[in-house]
Design a protein around this ligand. Structure first.
Ligand SMILES: [Zn+2]
Ligand SMILES: [Zn+2]
Length: 251
């Protein structure tokens, strides 16, 4: 502390006022100093598994050790409507962080997650014309107060200097909670659940889009969004998520 230049301390104090998250760990909520990367305490940071090694060339999941052909077990032999996916970390270690962000009203975690996504995309940014969030049904968004994908999508688009469009893709009906449904049931549950708002086709036609969401598991939500966007004339759809579930090798 003693040797720290005075202007550094002033800038640090100003940042703390702007981003209160930088004094609390975004995962466990413990007090930390403002220099911790992504506002994670050492313990939580050590529990995260970043997607900075071999990942699925299609959906971006961290690959299981015995994965072949550079694809996860879900993408192997499957045709995915999206072009490429990017994930920052494996969901297991990031559960608390995502949970805070999603359910405990901690929209401020969004700034740190956008920073993680930005850093992840720097390793190989896909050509992108526009950023958009995976939409939440209007009733649900009103109840929660925010759509976490929108919070982080807006911040990420600003960092990337790209146009951001919330409300272009809409969730036309509320869907049953997905967590207890298997892959096939998930797809059924989402059939026709996403559509472009009237007149939206002109905005996506021929464009390369980047979808933003918090978590990627089977991919059925992102797939349903990508299908709706491609049907409306989009040239390609990529996506970025904070966390993706582990690649579980097929039996
Ligand atoms: Zn922590
Ligand atoms: Zn995959």
């Amino acid at each position: 502390m003693g040797s720290k230049p005075i202007f550094g301390m002033i800038a640090g104090a100003a940042l703390e006022l702007l981003y209160p998250s930088s004094i609390y760990c975004v995962s466990c909520g413990n007090l930390i100093d403002a220099t911790r990367p992504y506002a994670l305490c050492d313990e939580c940071a050590a529990g995260l598994r970043w997607a900075d090694g071999p990942v699925c060339g299609s959906c971006g999941k961290i690959l299981a050790e015995d994965a072949r052909d550079g694809l996860c077990s879900d993408c192997s032999g499957a045709s995915r409507p999206f072009e490429r996916g990017f994930a920052c970390m494996e969901y297991g270690g990031g559960r608390e962080l995502i949970h805070n962000f999603k359910y405990r009203g901690r929209a401020y975690c969004g700034e740190k997650i956008a920073e993680m996504m930005h850093d992840r995309l720097r390793l190989g940014m896909p050509e992108t014309d526009m950023v958009l969030p995976v939409p939440m049904h209007r009733g649900k968004e009103r109840k929660r107060g925010y759509n976490q994908a929108d919070v982080v999508g807006r911040l990420l688009a600003r960092r990337l200097g790209l146009p951001y469009r919330k409300g272009l893709l809409v969730r036309t009906r509320a869907t049953a909670p997905m967590s207890k449904l298997g892959g096939e049931r998930r797809r059924e549950n989402l059939k026709g659940a996403f559509a472009l708002r009237p007149g939206g086709e002109a905005l996506v036609e021929g464009r390369r889009l980047l979808l933003v969401d918090d978590v990627f598991t089977t991919g059925s939500t992102v797939e349903a969004c990508a299908e709706a966007l491609l049907a409306a004339g989009a040239a390609a759809v990529c996506f970025v998520v904070a966390a993706a579930s582990a690649d579980i090798p097929a039996e």
